[in-house]
Design a protein. Structure first.
Length: 319
């Protein structure tokens, strides 16, 4: 979603100039594992959602924008990205297999100024980005197939995750590293339920080299963001004594950036100047990032750990 005055475009005679881009974005997927009609079958359930959403408001390079009123450049984005994988709740004839929910999200809200501004009124350049990311995996009643020689460490879960990530993003354009399903004791070879979130969420104001002067009554440069992420994996539905593995793995790898900066080389002439970076209004004021893994009681072989929950969060707020 883009709203822009193009490079070299001329605006004359305007009282107020408003460049506003608003985007409400939702992407969700659901996979359900069915029961078999006779003998036990290997029937994995995989739900993958890959979402790239960019909202940009931009005043492009060119001659100085002169107005007798206000100038507003504002980008707002609200994104919901989810993946749900559900194993069969039936016993006996239930399929055996991995239940995997994977969310890949690259979300950006940007307000950008690339030319000089001379306004009699207020000047506001602002970006707001909110995101709700959810990956939920529930194991089938029969769990995942166990290794014939249990007890040895391995990277089978990591391989399964990367296989689905590569399938969803064959060009490798998705940013962010996938956390490893491992602890200090080693990797997890097999799991019945795996929930994974890999994402970036950015709200940023950019002032380019073409904007050397900003004149206005009150000048505001503001960025606001809030990102909630919840990865859950539930192996507790595996029937006690079932032949399958009941391990659960929940992983979150998340980078968030909220940034509003007046760069060196840009001069502001105004009655007041406010530069802020903080939490988006309208929410609960707190970004919650969580991984929750609950193992079940299957009789199969679980490598090293029954349940693993890992959050890797890199959060930057800068003004």
């Amino acid at each position: 979603m883009t709203a822009a005055v193009a490079d070299s475009a001329t605006v004359t005679g305007a009282t107020d100039v408003a460049i506003t881009a608003t985007n409400a974005h939702r992407a969700e997927s659901t996979a359900r594992m069915g029961a078999t009609g006779g003998s036990v079958a290997l029937t994995p359930a995989v739900a993958t959602t890959r979402s790239t959403a960019t909202t940009l408001a931009r005043l492009g390079s060119g001659a100085t924008l002169e107005t007798s009123g206000a100038v507003t450049i504002e980008a707002e984005q609200a994104a919901t990205v989810g993946a749900t994988s559900e194993g069969s709740a039936a016993g006996g004839t239930a399929g055996v297999g991995l239940s995997l929910a994977l969310v890949l999200a690259d979300l950006r809200a940007t307000a950008r100024l690339d030319r000089d501004v001379d306004a009699d009124g207020d000047v506001r350049i602002a970006a707001t980005g909110t995101a709700d990311l959810d990956a939920s995996a529930t194991a089938s009643a029969s769990g995942a197939p166990g290794a014939s020689s249990g007890g040895a460490g391995g990277d089978g879960v990591d391989q399964a995750i990367m296989k689905e990530r590569d399938h969803a993003d064959p060009g490798g354009s998705q940013s962010g590293a996938t956390p490893s399903a491992s602890t200090s004791q080693g990797g997890v070879a097999v799991a019945a339920a795996v929930g994974v979130i890999v994402g970036t969420s950015t709200a940023e104001v950019l002032i380019g080299s073409g904007a050397t002067t900003i004149d206005g009554a009150a000048v505001t440069i503001a960025a606001a963001g809030q990102t909630d992420a919840d990865a859950s994996a539930d192996g507790s539905s595996v029937t006690p004594g079932a032949a399958g593995v009941a391990a659960a793995v929940a992983l979150v790898g998340l980078d968030t950036v909220t940034r509003a900066v007046l760069p060196v080389g840009t001069t502001v002439t105004a009655d007041s100047l406010a530069i802020t970076a903080g939490v988006a209004a309208g929410g609960d004021g707190v970004s919650v990032v969580r991984a929750d893994a609950s193992a079940g009681a299957g009789a199969g072989s679980v490598s090293v750990a029954g349940s693993v929950a890992i959050v890797l969060l890199d959060s930057v707020t800068e003004a």
